[in-house]
Design a protein around this ligand. Structure first.
Ligand SMILES: Cc1cc2nc3c(=O)[nH]c(=O)nc-3n(C[C@H](O)[C@H](O)[C@H](O)COP(=O)(O)O)c2cc1C
Length: 310
């Protein structure tokens, strides 16, 4: 019986090695430099668990290259080499097979000041070690972006990330990447830059052949709208104070009652009605603000064609 179990482990491992080949370097860098875009990296930390030091070495390089702090997830009971001997009924295997296993963490970890968390772990039996679930149970990851990375014999990161997403569906967790210990600084740098979120602080509105700058809000509505661009829209006249158009698809909203509208305000009414106001007045309606055009020209009293670009 024991022999049979050992044989199954070996078989499974051989599969990991075959299936994992060619899984690395799967992202392509699209690093265009646009002036109106800033890279929002916020405060970042590399948070990692490493039983035998491989993930630790990658974690340290990510921390240096991304200018992040680094915190190790230290197990309360250290893993001995016997604990990690996956060809036996070792502690690590037992934990991975026990859905209730939550190995305790020794150190207190303060992630409150970080927006971005590079989360590193070795792959154990195709997924994350159970101590990562202890981490997620213990600390609040609301409003944080988790960028996972792993090391392994060959298994990719995808299953572990899917497992984490299923475990806690409120996590904002990116696809992440598996590293091998031989990966170059360029590979690490690419991982960091390709995971930086682009935040646009301005976009263009082209009106009657002339370019105007929209100073943007920083919200989900703007992010979703930016993703639709470029777009040329015919905006209808309404009430002698606004031009509006219903978009083909809805945008996320974060509406509020502004009380007062300023000429040049670009707003979303409901979840799909894009409005440019060209008069200032008081209002009782609610909108989500997209931005503001400081020098809006005379837009006339008819429909207006506006081309929106990044
Ligand atoms: C219990 C256990 C299970 C493992 N399972 C896998 C696996 O499923 N696939 C794989 O490619 N490597 C597997 N490995 C190998 C580790 O992922 C790999 O050696 C990793 O780089 C170790 O990282 P660390 O030194 O940071 O602990 C396993 C190792 C252990 C100890």
């Amino acid at each position: 019986m024991k022999k049979k179990i050992v044989f199954s482990f070996i078989l499974l491992f051989s599969l990991f090695f075959i299936v994992g080949c060619g899984k690395q370097n799967d992202n392509e860098l699209n690093n265009d430099n646009i002036d109106n875009k800033i890279e929002a990296n916020g405060n970042s930390v590399v948070l990692y668990f490493s039983a035998t030091g491989t993930t630790k070495r990658v974690a340290e390089r990510i921390a240096v290259q991304s200018n992040s702090d680094i915190i190790e997830i230290v197990p309360k009971i250290e893993y001995t080499s016997d604990d990690l001997n996956y060809n036996s009924d070792c502690r690590a295997n037992r934990e991975q097979n026990d859905s209730n296993a939550r190995p305790e963490i020794k150190n207190a970890i303060d992630i409150s000041s970080y927006d971005i968390i590079y989360l590193g772990y070795p792959i154990w039996w195709g997924t994350n070690p159970k101590i990562i679930l202890t981490l997620l149970d213990t600390y609040d990851f609301t409003n944080k972006t988790i960028i996972p990375f792993c090391t392994s014999g060959s298994t990719g990161i995808t299953k572990s990330v899917n497992d984490l997403r299923i475990y806690n569906s409120s996590l904002n967790i990116k696809d992440g990447k598996r590293f091998s210990i031989n990966d170059s600084d360029e590979v690490i740098n690419y991982f960091i830059t390709s995971n930086k979120e682009e935040v646009f602080n301005t976009m263009k509105a082209i009106i009657n052949g002339k370019e105007y700058e929209i100073i943007l809000e920083n919200n989900e509505t703007v992010k979703a709208f930016i993703n639709m661009l470029p777009k040329e829209l015919v905006m209808k006249e309404l009430n002698g104070n606004e031009k509006y158009v219903r978009l083909d698809s809805s945008l996320p909203i974060d509406s509020y009652y502004p009380g007062h509208i300023n000429s040049g305000d670009v707003m979303l009414y409901e979840n799909n009605c894009l409005v440019i106001f060209y008069e200032s007045f008081d209002t009782t309606y609610s909108y989500t603000k997209i931005g503001h055009i400081d020098n809006l020209p005379d837009v006339g009293k008819n429909s207006l064609t506006v081309r929106f670009e990044k």
